[in-house]
Design a protein around this ligand. Structure first.
Ligand SMILES: CC(C)(COP(=O)(O)OP(=O)(O)OC[C@H]1O[C@@H](n2cnc3c(N)ncnc32)[C@H](O)[C@@H]1OP(=O)(O)O)[C@@H](O)C(=O)NCCC(=O)NCCS
Length: 145
């Protein structure tokens, strides 16, 4: 086996978050890997962005755009066959923006009973109208002109 793709032991379970209601659950496929054989960070960022947008839409019916990924931490590698859960939580509501935290956990292919924290991120979404301009949360955008 290629040394770079060898799995590392997972950390103790004491600091693992309790899973709740993931916005997304998805199995990682060979197409998602980087040059080292683990899952490419950009693939995870794409799912994180989707998960955060799903959470944002729970709170108002607006279209949202991502304005910032304020923090992303890749804590543990992710492997082909792992099932990832993207848990989301709205942590702050501004006038037009909502801040969402996303915690990603992995059920390892080799041991589906595991629930390993692999990535966490904080993103900010802005509600926009049909012209792409910010609109207050909770207020419908005006009809298209
Ligand atoms: C999002 C966008 C419409 C904001 O436009 P803007 O002119 O900066 O708007 P404002 O200055 O009125 O800010 C709007 C809100 O965004 C927040 N915001 C703006 N820049 C931010 C940043 N870098 N980080 C966090 N929040 C930010 C503001 O604090 C404000 O929040 P509030 O109303 O809750 O207080 C504009 O930056 C944009 O279109 N960006 C591109 C979005 C995009 O294409 N994303 C990728 C694909 S979804």
């Amino acid at each position: 086996m290629n040394h770079q793709t060898q799995r590392q032991p997972d950390p103790p379970s004491s600091d693992r978050p309790t899973p709740c209601c993931p916005a997304i659950r998805v199995m990682m496929m060979p197409r998602d890997t980087n040059a080292h054989g683990t899952i490419f960070g950009g693939v995870l960022l794409s799912y994180i962005d989707q998960a955060g947008a799903i959470e944002a839409r729970k709170h108002t019916p607006h279209k949202f755009v991502t304005v910032a990924m304020n923090s992303v931490e890749f804590k543990q590698p992710v492997y082909v066959g792992d099932v990832l859960s993207f848990e989301t939580k709205a942590t702050k509501f501004g006038r037009t923006s909502v801040t969402i935290s996303v915690d990603v956990t992995a059920e390892r292919f080799t041991d589906p009973s595991t629930n390993i924290p692999v990535t966490s991120a904080v993103l900010v979404y802005v509600a926009v109208n049909e012209h792409g301009r910010p609109v207050p949360l909770g207020v419908q955008s005006s009809p298209a002109e």
